[in-house]
Design a protein around this ligand. Structure first.
Ligand SMILES: [Zn+2]
Length: 149
């Protein structure tokens, strides 16, 4: 908005100058009585509350004894690690690590192992997560509010 006295483009002051209400810039506002001064304040809304999620999340987890369970089931089937790895189309070294509990299989691989060996490797855990909302910062022009007072 342009100043009604000098034309400057930062006119934000409602000012009574010689009996007339004008919207002028900060310089010109000094010539009259300022009714309405703009000022920015920052209001902080704190939302840092813990919010419980209504639906618990189902988390698929590989059981802790997966290594021995796989090894046992494989030997039962009289398959070597090499043969079994081939059947699963994975590397023998990977299977070896899994059987030694050095590496957890991914969920899809575990599902495959479950099918082939007819064992349970995945357990489902219900988990209710606590979420934290970050605080939000809101900027408001006080002038907009004063008008109605
Ligand atoms: Zn001006």
């Amino acid at each position: 908005m342009n100043c009604e006295m000098c034309g400057a483009d930062d006119a934000e002051y409602k000012t009574i100058i010689e009996g007339t209400e004008l919207t002028v810039c900060s310089k010109c506002s000094k010539h009259g009585k300022v009714l309405h001064k703009p000022q920015m304040i920052i209001r902080k809304k704190e939302f840092a509350r813990f919010k419980k999620e209504e639906k618990p999340e189902i988390i698929e987890k590989i059981i802790s004894e997966y290594g021995t369970k796989i090894r046992k089931a494989r030997t039962k089937k009289k398959m070597t690690q090499e043969e079994f790895a081939q059947k699963l189309s994975i590397k023998e070294s990977l299977l070896n690590k899994i059987e030694n509990s050095a590496l957890k299989p991914s969920i899809p691989l575990a599902q495959k192992l479950e099918k082939v060996l007819k064992i349970r490797l995945i357990e489902e855990i219900e988990e209710t997560k606590l979420k934290i909302k970050k605080s939000e910062t809101e900027a408001v022009t006080v002038g907009d509010l004063i008008d109605f007072e």
